[in-house]
Design a protein around this ligand. Structure first.
Ligand code: 13P
Length: 253
């Protein structure tokens, strides 16, 4: 069986390079454990080089976003070519915190295309703003998925991963993570939509991760039997002991 996936999204939390390096040194002490999962670290872009140099022994480098624009007159954009040169292997695209700044599903579709063309696996985020008892959010998820994946083929979809991150469960203002039953129901639904779009065989190859208030206390129960391959972790990834505990929980399942 493939190893569980653990993606650490540092967001813009480490406020200096030395803070990021300190965290990395702490993580490196647990490298034997982290080798048992597929660990990716997505640091803020200015720290890519530093993390790239040190992560090789126990994980891989990811990025928090990717520009859909090619090299040119686009001040501030970080291109796929630049990311490749740091050995970035996975790109988080469509994170709800970027959508809150105006990114649309159409923009996400372009980013998926650019990532795939440059050989970086897109980790495509999807999640409803809120749940309602009539299940309207399922229709929202279906439409989002269709829009974001409209430009890719059956052969390409097997190169992406999906991160289900319900917006109401993400970040420090969230009350708590989703409950395991609702998670497993949603994972079945997302896989069904993937199957409708690309066929069952391709859909089954797409790893689905969960993100939103994951911590050592809930990682085991969220992973157990819910059909996810791992986690996209925010706050708990900034503490080496928490990330270690999450890794330990998902390895032992
Ligand atoms: P938290 O784990 O801090 O809720 O963040 C989740 C997330 O947004 C990961 O991308």
């Amino acid at each position: 069986m493939a190893k569980p996936l653990l993606v650490a999204n540092w967001k813009n939390y480490p406020s200096s390079l030395s803070e990021a390096q300190r965290l990395l040194r702490e993580l490196a002490k647990k490298r034997e454990l982290f080798k048992k999962v597929s660990l990716f670290i997505a640091p803020p872009s200015p720290y890519l080089e530093s993390v790239s140099n040190k992560i090789k022994r126990f994980g891989s480098l990811a990025c928090q976003d990717i520009s859909s624009l090619a090299k040119g007159t686009y001040t501030g954009e970080v291109t796929s070519e630049m990311l490749k040169s740091f050995a970035v292997r996975l790109a988080i695209v469509g994170h709800s915190e970027r959508r809150a700044l105006g990114e649309t599903s159409k923009d996400v579709a372009s980013k998926i295309d650019v990532a795939l063309k440059s050989g970086i696996a897109p980790l495509v985020c999807i999640g409803e703003l809120e749940r309602d008892k009539d299940g309207e959010h399922f229709e929202f998820l279906r439409q989002e998925l269709k829009l974001m994946l409209s430009g890719i083929s059956k052969n390409e979809v097997v190169k992406i991963a999906l991160a289900y991150e319900p917006v109401w469960a993400v970040g420090k203002y969230a009350k708590e993570a989703i409950n395991p039953q609702e998670l497993s129901q949603t994972v079945i639904f997302l896989r069904k939509v993937l199957g409708d779009l690309f066929g069952r065989a391709a859909a089954d190859k797409v790893p689905i991760l969960y993100g939103g208030s994951v911590e050592p206390a809930n990682a085991g129960e969220l992973m157990n039997g819910s059909g996810i391959r791992g986690f996209l972790v925010g706050r708990s990834s900034l503490n080496a002991e928490s990330l270690e505990a999450i890794a330990r929980d998902i390895i032992s399942l």
